[in-house]
Design a protein around this ligand. Structure first.
Ligand SMILES: [Fe+2]
Length: 290
């Protein structure tokens, strides 16, 4: 159904209907975090953020307090991570070389599961400051529909794998109206594992629909540069830096070349289809020890 959000008029209509009939937000006042770890960058307020989101589809408006980043690293210290998001390919970060050996290839990315038992993530997701921004853009009934915490590693992997894991330009079609919040938890330099967004591509019209069709397609850098010259925005940042993005606009992750990258991502949307959370039955998780 969400693929219909590719059709401009259907998208607008669905947003209207969703706003009327979707269930209430799962982010209520009494769930606001006690500790707000979000800092708005200098000069930013709700108006400027909304303006940037509407015009460009992205706003590099926020960051996490250092203490929150520290707590996240403390939390994952003894937590297994899962290669290629596969519940049966768990390993401890210190064993990555052995895990790669046992898999017979380099690991492009690895994700943590069930992170929501950690207070700091709940605090971020339910941050009063963040929810104001998100509600302002999506509407009062906005829901948190998923979180992901994952590493991307410098690796030499097949094009097929890079396509599968969003390292080519694409649009997300997670809902009729949604946004994603990204936090870099490690320093990310230009050309080394950056997230890349194409400004002003978040409101595809009929022209784009006829060109792209229903299916989610993948595009190379040169195709995107030809179609949208001067609009490609590569986001470098320090540990803790965050940005908000409407990922209906073209985006991708760059494969790191030197440093591994840890990112925390939250998806907020009008509707929750229950397909984007990272909650897995612990009994299904398989962790290899070396
Ligand atoms: Fe994506």
């Amino acid at each position: 159904m969400r693929l219909f959000s590719r059709i401009p008029m259907v998208r607008d209509l669905a947003i209207l209907i969703s706003k009327l009939f979707t269930s209430n937000s799962n982010l209520t006042k009494n769930k606001f975090s006690k500790k707000d770890w979000i800092i708005l960058n200098k000069g930013y307020d709700l108006n400027l953020i909304n303006k940037e989101m509407k015009n460009d589809g992205i706003s590099s408006c926020l960051r996490l307090e250092k203490e929150a980043v520290k707590r996240i690293f403390d939390y994952i210290k003894n937590k297994p991570v899962f290669a290629l998001r596969d519940v049966k390919k768990g390993f401890y970060l210190k064993d990555i070389k052995n895990m790669e050996k046992s898999m017979g290839k380099e690991i492009l990315l690895a994700q943590y599961f069930n992170i929501e038992d950690c207070d700091v993530f709940n605090d971020i997701v339910n941050s009063k400051k963040l929810l104001k921004i998100v509600q302002n853009y999506i509407g009062k009934k906005v829901k948190k529909v998923g979180t992901i915490l994952w590493w991307t590693f410098p690796s030499n992997v097949s094009e097929e794998e890079r396509i599968k894991h969003a390292h080519f330009f694409h649009r997300d079609v997670d809902d009729y109206k949604f946004l994603k919040v990204f936090f870099y938890l490690t320093d990310v330099s230009l050309g080394d594992g950056t997230h890349v967004f194409v400004r002003k591509t978040h409101k595809p019209g009929w022209k784009e629909f006829f060109k792209e069709g229903f299916r989610v397609k993948r595009y190379t850098d040169s195709q995107i540069n030809d179609m949208y010259p001067g609009q490609v925005f590569e986001i470098a940042g320090s540990s803790g830096d965050g940005f908000i993005e409407n990922t209906l606009g073209f985006h991708k992750g760059n494969t790191p070349t030197k440093e591994r990258r840890l990112v925390f991502e939250i998806t907020y949307a009008l509707n929750d289809y229950d397909v984007m959370n990272d909650i897995v039955d612990e009994k299904k998780l398989l962790v290899k020890e070396f």
